[in-house]
Design a protein around this ligand. Structure first.
Ligand code: FES
Ligand code: FES
Length: 212
């Protein structure tokens, strides 16, 4: 089971309990080290229940701060796509299974559909999406290799794979084939382009640090 799958199982608690999940106790989240589930439980203990109406939150996305109103049940994925127009992360399963919604939260790949926007905002964690990488005119190295290796068919999985691979290449510029497969094990490609996806990541790694 991939790390993201394990974490998404824990986060399911915060989604199920969304009405109480708005209980974002300031003390509980101030350290920024609590998981969503721990934050929820701490808030419940203090009986700090807010919502279900909208909350004013600030999300840090791709280096910009965005003020918005969200109900506590709104996922990070819906906030990005529907409120902020950041549509790189794709909504496919909406249930922590496919990885199409993968974004980097404080540099770590997570399923945006399994995190609550209000919780991410309360923890003041930076969010990075594929929009923060190359542009259509100036693809970064990893994206260039994606094209060169023909690693996309329908493309629905692509941004999620690229964000997961980006996290890997930033931490481990020269990963082994096994490390590439392990890192990408939380992402599914229904078109079955896995060999080309792995080849793209490995080719980018060969081009050296800074490829992501
Ligand atoms: S849409 Fe989030 S994991 Fe599938
Ligand atoms: S390219 Fe179609 S799901 Fe991966």
């Amino acid at each position: 089971m991939s790390q993201r799958k394990r974490e998404s199982n824990a986060n399911e608690l915060s989604r199920r309990g969304f009405l109480k999940g708005a209980g974002l106790g300031a003390g509980a989240v101030a350290t920024g080290v609590m998981t969503p589930a721990e934050t929820l439980l701490a808030a419940e203990k203090k009986d700090e229940i807010r919502g279900p109406g909208e909350l004013a939150v600030t999300l840090r996305v791709n280096g910009r701060r965005h003020r918005l109103q969200v109900e506590p049940r709104v996922t990070l994925l819906d906030a990005l796509r529907d409120r902020l127009g950041v549509t790189g992360p794709k909504k496919v399963c909406d249930h922590g299974e496919c990885g199409a919604c993968t974004v980097l939260l404080d540099g770590r790949p997570v399923y945006a559909c399994m995190n609550l926007a209000a919780d991410v905002a309360a923890r003041n964690l930076p969010v990075e999406t594929v929009e923060n990488l190359g542009t259509p005119e100036h693809l970064n190295t990893l994206q260039q290799e994606w094209v060169r290796q023909d690693a996309s068919q329908c493309g629905f999985c692509t941004s999620g794979f690229i964000m997961a691979a980006t996290a890997l290449l930033r931490d481990t510029p020269h990963p082994s084939p096994e490390q590439v497969r392990e890192q990408l094990s939380g992402n599914l490609c229904r078109c079955g382009t896995y060999p080309k996806i792995f080849a793209a990541v490995e080719a980018a790694a060969r081009r050296g640090p800074g490829s992501a």
